[in-house]
Design a protein around this ligand. Structure first.
Ligand code: TXA
Ligand code: MG
Length: 342
């Protein structure tokens, strides 16, 4: 990690520009959390609707008081147990924090990322007294980036006057942080999981002595909760093994029926299965997915991006098990597939 690059990144942030930097979850597109012009640049660069709130990133050990008006005991316990790490907390926002950070809401999202480069940047920025707002460094609605190369494809050279990209190690976790809402605990509501991630309900229960609930209709809005999100441009279907079998049989029948038809073009299909490939058919690419949720999450977004570039007509992904340990991966997969439900 080059200190020169980091210092340059800090200068750009202080000038109100954007800096893409690695975190352990995904790459973030950072801006000074107290600079309204810089925040506006994030929404513009990502083409993100301005009512979608941002997460403020803090150096490890930084006080939450400049950002949150009230810090419940549960927040202290979770910070102590999981920061720096892939956990975002929603608290009541402090007055001084611009409402454009929170998309107009009275709550604020806070996280301290574990990636060493993210921590180094946060320590240098305003001498560790500042906060960096950072959504995932992708165009709104697209697959989150886990390498600097992914970020460059989202923000090509014409963005250079606004966006500086820090080159770092890839994101180990591979999917976005778990979001836990603690903004209503004083009213007896919460903890509530707004977005599943690597920190799982049972981990939270171990620390708080109570299981978090999942989002209700009064929970704060969260764009990661939109049905269609994290989507590749290639049509993607999430199917059980039996559905996969049926899908291929239907295609096979179509191919047979069109034998000799010069106008018929066989679909190019990529398939990602959980175990070895089913004893069916042909697909133009067959991948066997990593067997554990952690390993699957770590490669999910690179896999989607790679398959997306290869010009397939369809990507068929075998649905992982529906057990709790797969919840975060299933969440991202179903959102990626939701864009193509017909
Ligand atoms: O792992 C992560 O969280 C990554 C890295 C870069 O830290 N960041 C990330 O940011 O995923 P973004 O903007 O792509 O997703 C942030 C999510 C959105 O779903 C947003 O709606 C939610 O956090 N969020 C932010 N502030 C909130 C608030 N005050 N209340 C409810 N949800 C909030
Ligand atoms: Mg995002």
């Amino acid at each position: 990690m080059s200190i020169v690059d980091l210092q340059y990144a800090v200068t750009r942030l202080e000038q109100g520009d954007l800096v893409a930097f690695p975190t352990e979850t995904v790459y973030g597109l950072g801006a000074d959390a107290m600079n309204l012009m810089a925040i506006a640049k994030i929404y513009a660069a990502k083409k993100r609707p301005t009512d979608h709130p941002l997460i403020v990133h803090l150096p490890a050990g930084a006080p939450l008081t400049p950002w949150a008006s009230h810090i419940p005991r549960m927040a202290e316990k979770l910070v102590e147990a999981f920061w720096p790490g892939p956990l975002t907390l929603i608290l009541q926002k402090a007055e001084a924090v611009p409402t454009s950070v929170s998309g107009g809401q009275s709550t604020i999202a806070l996280r301290s990322p574990a990636h060493p480069m993210a921590q180094a940047l946060l320590r240098l920025f305003k001498n560790g007294q500042g906060g960096i707002v950072a959504p995932s460094a992708n165009q709104f609605g697209r697959v989150s980036p886990t390498t600097a190369m992914h970020v460059r494809s989202e923000f090509p050279p014409e963005y250079e006057p606004v966006v500086y990209i820090l080159e770092g190690e890839g994101s180990e976790v591979g999917i976005e942080s778990t979001i836990v809402d603690l903004s209503r605990v004083d009213q007896g509501i919460g903890p509530v999981i707004l977005r599943p991630g690597a920190v799982m309900p049972e981990h939270i229960a171990d620390v708080l002595g109570q299981f978090p609930t999942t989002a209700d209709k009064h929970a704060p809005r969260s764009s990661g909760r939109l049905a269609a999100h994290y989507a590749p441009s290639t049509r993607l279907y999430l199917l059980s093994r039996a559905e996969m079998q049926a899908y291929f049989e239907k295609n096979q029948a179509l191919i047979s029926a069109n034998y000799g038809n010069p106008n018929f073009r066989k679909k190019k299909i990529a398939m990602v299965c959980m175990r070895s490939a089913p004893v069916v058919p042909w697909a133009d690419d067959i991948e066997v997915a990593p067997p554990t949720p952690t390993a699957y999450a770590a490669t999910l977004y690179s896999l989607l991006r790679r398959l997306d570039l290869l010009g397939y007509d369809e990507i068929i992904i075998e649905r992982p098990p529906s057990t709790a340990d797969w919840a975060a991966v299933n969440d991202r997969l179903s959102r990626a597939a939701a864009a193509f439900l017909d």
